[in-house]
Design a protein around this ligand. Structure first.
Ligand SMILES: [Zn+2]
Length: 311
């Protein structure tokens, strides 16, 4: 299967499994939350927010996540050599990074995403409470019933909870899949003696300026594999964020990118996607990206830079 199709379907299978399971797991809590808010019971609502976390879901689907993680590694490797001949298929030993990558994904949902959902919902509760003409916990009155329609509260709670959760699950699934696929590709490249690779991006209306410039870039496989290994062995979400800051999408950031050599991009960890959450870039064998599609970053004067690894 082409790299991009595999990547998008593996990413979607992780995201939909986790998100749908979380929606089911939190259904009762969300209903209780709506009931509490419709009755002005803000303290009760506050306690319920603690039950909106991801931990039960990531624990429940641990095996599934590892299975899809393995499929992602194999899919990356299969861009280098046919699946049956890949290291993973022949040696049948799992790389250490697989377990830690899944732990990192789960931990970021258990801690960071759970926290962000809670903050968002508590902010909504506080806003609702601020608009409430009555003291909290005084029961339902005609006034409140006129002001807060339970259906409106249900819509708002669900959009606050589910909308925030979906965005975070999608972002986590994307980053994990992207890194695992690149690792599978690079690891296989090493065993086959390929020294360089090419980044390929989807070029359409949604492509950001960073990815547009990265399309077709050639980098060295060894430093990319080494960095990805370090990244994938890191399970602390905060450490991961500081290790891999994404390139800036602002005009100033693009100007900076345009002035960097490929070695400098490597040093900053920009030699492999993801370049941002929801990035659709993947690694392919050198020579795969049609030359006519490659634009590169342009200098402020509009002169394309020479790709040093292309020479
Ligand atoms: Zn992009």
């Amino acid at each position: 299967m082409p790299a991009l199709e595999s990547f998008l379907s593996l990413e979607a299978s992780i995201a939909s499994r986790i998100y749908n399971s979380w929606v089911r797991e939190t259904a009762t809590t969300r209903q209780q939350l709506i009931d509490a808010l419709a009755h002005g019971k803000y303290a009760d609502a506050d306690v319920l927010v603690d039950s909106l976390g991801f931990k039960p879901v990531t624990e429940k689907h641990r095996n599934f996540l590892e299975t899809i993680g393995l499929a992602t590694l194999i899919s990356g490797a299969s861009q280098v050599t046919p699946i049956s001949k890949t290291q993973l298929a022949v040696e049948r030993s799992l790389p250490l990074i697989l377990e830690s990558a899944i732990t990192a994904f789960s931990t970021s949902l258990d801690l960071s995403a759970t926290e962000q959902v809670s903050v968002r919902v508590r902010k909504f509760i506080a806003e609702l409470q601020a608009e409430d003409p009555l003291e909290p916990g005084t029961g339902v009155s005609d006034i409140r019933l006129k002001q807060f329609d339970p259906d409106d509260i249900a819509d708002l709670i669900n959009s606050n909870v589910l909308g925030t959760g979906k965005g975070l699950v999608d972002a986590g699934a994307n980053l994990t899949t992207s890194r695992l696929m690149a690792y599978g590709f690079l690891s296989e490249s090493r065993s086959r003696g390929f020294l360089t690779y090419q980044v390929t991006e989807v070029l359409d209306g949604r492509t950001c300026p960073v990815c547009r410039g990265m399309h077709g870039k050639i980098f060295r496989a060894a430093p990319a594999l080494e960095r990805l290994e370090r990244t994938l062995l890191t399970t602390d979400p905060m450490q991961l964020k500081t290790m891999n800051p994404f390139p800036s999408q602002a005009a100033k950031g693009i100007k900076l990118l345009a002035g960097l050599t490929n070695t400098e991009m490597e040093r900053r960890g920009w030699n492999t996607p993801p370049y941002h959450p929801s990035c659709r870039g993947v690694l392919v064998k050198r020579g795969t990206v049609p030359k006519g599609e490659i634009r590169g970053f342009t200098t402020p004067k509009g002169v394309p830079l020479i790709d040093e690894f292309e020479i």
